[in-house]
Design a protein around this ligand. Structure first.
Ligand code: AMP
Length: 304
């Protein structure tokens, strides 16, 4: 099955209680691609970077089976830059800086051979760009998953509401679910969001796991693995999304039951992401490690 990934490819500067990084590789699509590579041999990326984006980062993505034909390189412009600082609990963070740079004028072009992809992950990105991608598809994919964040709810809500009408699954965190729905209670928030377009909603709650809501009232919960060392949660949500769509693409089954399995793989992938700064842990991760940790999730919740 073919997987198309759209999202930011970025430079991030991060600060957590454990340290600080200068500009390192980041971006939603980067984390999604690295994560999905444990489920699919090849994925296709649509994104944009500036002339300042190093070849070594592109080589890394290519080495993980991420096809870069749809990555535009704007030689005279700068790559999207995001900087964030985490609070002591590591569950909340402040955005220190967002410089859209190449993203401000990005017109996504989906290469012809990706226009009939079966699985589409619309990672965190300008909602108008997410809409432009949807318009270019020759055939509706079997499954479209969209991820977004509060930044776009604050700055581009009408475009985001338009994008939501065309997708199957939305992944957001609990704060964003409250903002999008205007409801404090997450079950009520989910009920409301499920009338906006998506038939399935995932609400991520950081170290407290994630909830999966179906439109027939089904609810499933996946815990987060309790970890002794959490260095940097950046990209955990995107890595989660990459695991979710990667597993669904591999198994080619979009039933609610299979989405439950995908949610556990999503949580498995996110648990690795937070162990080191940025993409560092994902760069060396093996699929054998993924399988071993997935088994730990079963141990965590199973009773005789
Ligand atoms: P997460 O921690 O899963 O929310 O993802 C963090 C990643 O999202 C970072 O690598 C950033 O480069 C990227 N990011 C931050 N802000 C935005 C934004 N407004 N739009 C798209 N991507 C963003």
């Amino acid at each position: 099955m073919s997987l198309l990934i759209v999202g930011t490819v970025a430079f991030d500067a991060l600060e957590t209680p454990f340290g600080k990084t200068d500009k390192i590789l980041g971006g939603a699509a980067t984390y999604i691609g690295l994560s999905a590579s444990h489920f699919v041999e090849k994925s296709h990326l649509v994104s944009v970077v500036g002339g300042d984006f190093p070849q070594e980062h592109m080589d890394l993505l290519a080495s993980k089976g991420v096809d870069l034909k749809g990555l535009q390189i704007k030689k005279d412009e700068k790559t999207f830059f995001w900087s964030g600082k985490y609070h002591l609990d590591m569950n909340s963070r402040d955005t220190v800086d967002t410089q859209l740079n190449v993203l401000a004028t990005f017109d996504p072009i989906v290469p012809k051979e990706f226009q009939h992809c079966q699985y589409l992950m619309l990672g965190n990105l300008v909602p108008a760009v997410q809409n432009r991608v949807l318009e270019q598809l020759l055939k509706r994919p079997k499954l479209i998953v969209l991820d977004t964040m509060n930044f776009w709810m604050d700055n581009a809500m009408p475009d985001l509401l338009e994008a939501l009408k065309g997708v199957d699954v939305l992944t957001i965190n609990d704060e964003e679910a409250r903002q999008l729905s205007g409801e404090l209670n997450l079950v009520k928030a989910a009920q409301k969001i499920l009338t906006m377009g998506p038939k399935t909603l995932i609400i991520k709650k950081g170290e407290h796991g994630a909830l999966l809501f179906g439109d027939n009232g089904q609810i499933f919960f996946a815990p987060a693995l309790p970890l002794a060392e959490v260095f940097d949660p950046t990209g955990a949500g995107d890595t989660f999304a990459g695991g979710f769509i990667g597993y669904l693409t591999k198994t080619d089954d979009i039933s609610f039951d299979n989405m439950k399995r995908a949610l556990l793989y999503a949580a498995t992938m996110a648990s690795f992401c937070v162990e080191k700064f940025g993409t560092e842990r994902l760069e060396t991760l093996t699929t054998a490690e993924v399988q071993a940790r997935r088994a730990e999730f079963t141990q965590l919740v199973q009773v005789q």
